[in-house]
Design a protein around this ligand. Structure first.
Ligand SMILES: [Mn+2]
Length: 420
């Protein structure tokens, strides 16, 4: 019989508010202590141990101390790197911890003669468990690794096998993560005893023919405000301790952080003017019991008058803090105002509004280049807008982002040859 722990998406260093930062640290320490108490044979961390490649050194120091304590107990920590662990220009802190022998990256791959990618198993010396995995990379490079994976050889290997991944699977994509890039499960080799997932910030425990145990523990706390919101709505955060006894595999989810710690409140202010809305929100918040709680407040709807900025975030935060809240997150993404958003009429989405504005104004463009005139001009402008509105990718350096933007803009304007 043996036991292992499976964690992912710890995101150390993500939270800067003192209360959240303390919780983030505490929950990681708790998780590690529970692994020691349970006497696990090894620990798996499937990506995103840290929130960024080079985090605050105090965060790193605390983590390294704890990893050292785990090592003193003779428990190896096997990892794959997540999308957040990757640093484009230099080594990340996970590379440093690996060099120091505190964690072991299990990814050992090489290109095979037939164009496929072969992965080598890492065997845990104590239990004989065989581990393989793929590190996450930015820009979908890891997707290509999965596509080219030599699955057959991995499938045929005997023994208790674990496949570690840090990518979403199309079959198990939560609806609120619809925009996330995923791979079909058929990219993974079949017949592994356990598929240890990371990257999806939600607990998932599933199976499909050939894939008996597909498990994503989700974060142990929160890498983003949205994680807090999901927790407030009922997601319990924690990790897995998996016990294996001959043919029997038992999954035990260890709870670390529960919705009781958070008060979630969603207020719709549609049809009210800003002043009335603010005082009604204030009144509603006074009804909440928030002492020693984290508060996640979502304000949405279309104001009939006034500006959205008149719903003063600082004022609401102050009154909640005065009532004992330890941290307040206010989300106004779904809030708009009819008066100051007159262009946005019912049924008109942003692309339509942009198209109409471009058509109305294209006549003012006085250049002889056909591509920039009339309907051609409108199309070019809209394509350029779409290119320029793309956000910086997770862990993309500012320099890489600027280069990518310039490059794509030049391609859109067909200026690349002219300038090269
Ligand atoms: Mn993550």
């Amino acid at each position: 019989m043996f036991k292992f722990a499976h964690l992912a998406d710890i995101h150390l260093g993500a939270n800067h508010h003192p209360v959240l930062e303390a919780l983030e640290t505490q929950l990681f320490m708790d998780a590690m202590d529970k692994c020691i108490e349970a006497n696990v044979d090894f620990i798996l961390i499937c990506g995103d141990l840290f929130h960024i490649g080079i985090p605050d050194m105090t965060v790193v120091k605390r983590c390294a101390q704890k990893l050292n304590e785990i090592q003193q107990h003779g428990i190896p920590i096997y990892v794959i790197f997540g999308s957040h662990d990757y640093n484009p220009n230099t080594d990340s802190i996970v590379n440093v911890l690996e060099s120091a022998g505190l964690i072991h990256n299990i990814v050992q791959g090489k290109a095979l003669d037939n164009g496929k990618i072969g992965l080598k198993f890492v065997v845990d010396p104590k239990t004989g468990v065989k581990l393989v995995g793929i590190n996450a990379r930015k820009g979908g490079v890891d997707r290509m690794y999965y596509e080219r994976l030599d699955r057959e050889r991995l499938q045929n290997e005997a023994g208790f096998k674990i496949f570690c991944l840090h990518i979403g699977l199309s079959e198990f994509k939560p609806p609120h993560m619809a925009a996330m890039d995923t791979i079909p499960i058929s990219y993974l080799p079949k017949e592994f005893d356990y598929y240890a997932g990371g990257h999806i910030h939600q607990r998932i425990e599933e199976k499909l023919p050939g894939y008996d145990r597909v498990v994503f523990p989700g974060p142990i706390f929160a890498g983003y405000p949205r994680d807090l919101e999901q927790t407030a709505k009922g997601e319990i955060r924690g990790f897995y301790i998996v016990s294996v006894n001959d043919q029997d595999v038992f999954l035990n989810f260890v709870e670390l952080f529960s919705p009781q710690a958070i008060v979630y409140c969603e207020i719709d202010v549609s049809g009210q003017n800003a002043t009335t809305a603010l005082s009604r929100i204030e009144a509603q918040l006074q009804q909440l019991e928030v002492t020693n709680k984290i508060v996640v407040l979502k304000i949405r709807g279309e104001l009939a008058g006034g500006k959205t900025s008149e719903i003063k975030t600082w004022q609401l935060k102050n009154s909640l803090s005065a009532n004992g809240a330890v941290f307040v997150d206010i989300n106004k993404h779904g809030l708009s105002s009819r008066e100051f958003d007159a262009k946005k009429r019912a049924g008109e989405d942003i692309p339509t509004i942009e198209m109409n504005l471009l058509r109305e104004n294209i006549g003012a463009v006085t250049v002889s280049i056909k591509q920039l005139q009339g309907e051609h001009g409108v199309k070019t402008a809209q394509t350029l807008l779409n290119v320029l509105r793309v956000d910086v990718k997770a862990n993309e350096s500012k320099r890489d982002y600027v280069t990518r933007m310039i490059d794509e803009a030049l391609t859109t304007l067909k200026l690349r040859e002219v300038l090269s």
